[in-house]
Write a protein that binds this ligand. Structure first.
Ligand code: FES
Length: 112
């Protein structure tokens, strides 16, 4: 029998509408919310290279470029483009009554 799924409210949709990106810090984690193509994605905000904040990176389509040394990640699955075994954590996202919820305990595909 699987564990019940717990969702944690982290922000309102209105908060994310301002510039399409928002850093939230549930349970002491730093997570970047991004709105792209009317979907909300949630990825870890610390680059696995040297920890720079991904939130300051440039976005090109579904790619985000770390502002420190240009490592480029796919926002949809967190994978580093040139070495897919290196990843940012991604989190499942749910939106209900204009509130954004994340599954914090179980990193996995966003928007599931
Ligand atoms: S800290 Fe992100 S590429 Fe170096």
């Amino acid at each position: 029998m699987s564990e019940p799924v717990e969702w944690l409210a982290v922000a309102s949709e209105q908060d994310l509408r301002k510039d399409g990106r928002l850093v939230v810090t549930p349970n002491g984690l730093s997570i970047l919310l991004l709105r792209l193509d009317e979907q909300v994605y949630a990825i870890g905000n610390h680059c696995p290279h040297l920890g720079c904040p991904i939130a300051r990176g440039k976005i090109d389509g579904f790619m985000i470029v770390c502002p420190c040394h240009d490592w480029t990640f796919d926002i949809r699955n967190g994978e580093l483009i040139i070495a897919q075994e290196i990843t940012l954590p991604t989190y499942r996202v749910k939106i209900d009554t204009q509130q954004i919820y994340l599954q914090i305990g179980q990193p996995g595909a966003s928007n599931g």
